[in-house]
Unconditional design. Sequence first.
Length: 77
Amino acid sequence: MDKARRIRDYIKVKARDALRSKVNGSGKIIRQPCEVCGGCPAEGHHSDYNKPLDVNWLCTKHHIELHRKERECVLLT
């Protein structure tokens, strides 16, 4: 694994952990329904890992779709 990937993964893990501790631990952030369909449970999607508590709430289906679209955009560029 190259250095850039290790750093990127470290930032992702730290963002995930920060959100998880606020949702599950302190209760300061309340998990919301999916922003697309209103379904529950929803997962937090980070658009910017440097803002760990700024997430879009998406059900698993829409979260997977979003990541697929993001990968397609990267492949097209």
